[in-house]
Design a protein around this ligand. Structure first.
Ligand SMILES: O[C@H]1[C@H](O)[C@@H](O)[C@H](O)[C@@H](O)[C@H]1O
Ligand SMILES: [Fe+2]
Ligand SMILES: [Fe+2]
Length: 278
């Protein structure tokens, strides 16, 4: 079913500038530059092949909306375009995609939960530092591509000098498929795992989008394409379609949470169990 959805003519208008009146994803001129750069510096030094990956969902039991509310004061320190709490980002991107695709409720819910993995910062979820939760993602186990933002900081990553991991393919093979590629750890893989393990009724396009929406080095810059298989190339179109609403909905104009809550609660009910294992 999610095959040929077409955006509405008078839908979401892409703004020229971000929440600060600056151009989007400008890592050299953002007003948040020092805080953003420091988050990526720590990310690039510490995200190694061996860095922890959660396999077990034994941290909490709660509903999707309860998790959303945990983000009501969490500000993403990797984001040059927004310093609003992440609950606003979830609602802003969901409301934006809803404008273009009013009848595709699964897309609204995809946007609403795409960054919900950021609960990893919370004490109930292990209090992970920002560098292990947010930011663009990259494969580990092969060389760090120069197109990754703040690439220079990888020089201090132990994997950078490890001959097993620092060649173009590293431990992978051409066309092996992203499913077989280990990514740096963060909110993408975590939320993918949570949605899948709890048996969501959302389509595979949603799961793929959640899992790779931060893989800007690939979906925006074209790096690492040789790791994809045919299915990945098809699925990546969803990630690119979704990116418009993720990135360009960032704004300092807040959405009234209580006003839109009943609508999103109804979608959550349709596509998720009441309580999820996290
Ligand atoms: O700073 C942002 C933010 O952390 C997003 O949630 C992530 O998906 C993007 O890739 C990143 O650039
Ligand atoms: Fe994200
Ligand atoms: Fe996002």
């Amino acid at each position: 079913k999610p095959n040929d959805v077409v955006p509405r003519a008078n839908g979401f208008a892409v703004p020229k500038s971000n929440a600060f009146g600056q151009s989007f994803r400008d890592y050299e001129a953002s007003v948040r530059l020092s805080i953003v750069e420091n988050t990526y510096r720590l990310n690039h030094i510490n995200q190694t092949y061996d860095f922890l990956k959660y396999a077990k969902l034994n941290k909490a039991e709660m509903s999707i909306w309860e998790a959303i509310e945990l983000l009501d004061s969490f500000v993403d320190e990797s984001d040059p375009d927004l310093d609003e709490p992440q609950i606003q980002h979830l609602l802003q991107s969901a409301e934006a995609i809803r404008k273009d695709y009013p009848n595709e409720d699964w897309l609204h819910l995809t946007a609403l939960i795409h960054d919900l993995g950021k609960v990893l910062f919370h004490s109930k979820f292990g209090s992970l530092p920002q560098w292990a939760v947010v930011g663009d993602t990259q494969p580990v186990g092969c060389a760090f591509d120069e197109l990754i933002v703040y690439h220079k900081y990888f020089k201090e990553n132990p994997d950078y000098n490890n001959p097993a991991y620092n060649t173009k393919l590293g431990i992978y093979s051409e066309g092996c498929g992203l499913e077989n590629v280990l990514m740096s750890w963060g909110h993408d893989d975590y939320m993918y795992l949570v949605a899948k393990a709890n048996g969501t009724a959302l389509p595979s396009a949603t799961l793929f989008t959640i899992r790779y929406h931060s893989f800007y080095p690939l979906h925006k810059k074209g790096a690492y394409q040789y790791l994809m298989n045919e299915e990945d190339r098809e699925n990546m179109k969803w990630v690119q379609k979704f990116n418009k609403y993720d990135l360009y909905s960032k704004s300092s104009v807040r959405i009234d949470v209580e006003k839109v809550k009943p609508y999103y609660e109804s979608l959550i009910k349709k596509y998720f169990p009441e309580k999820l294992r996290w």
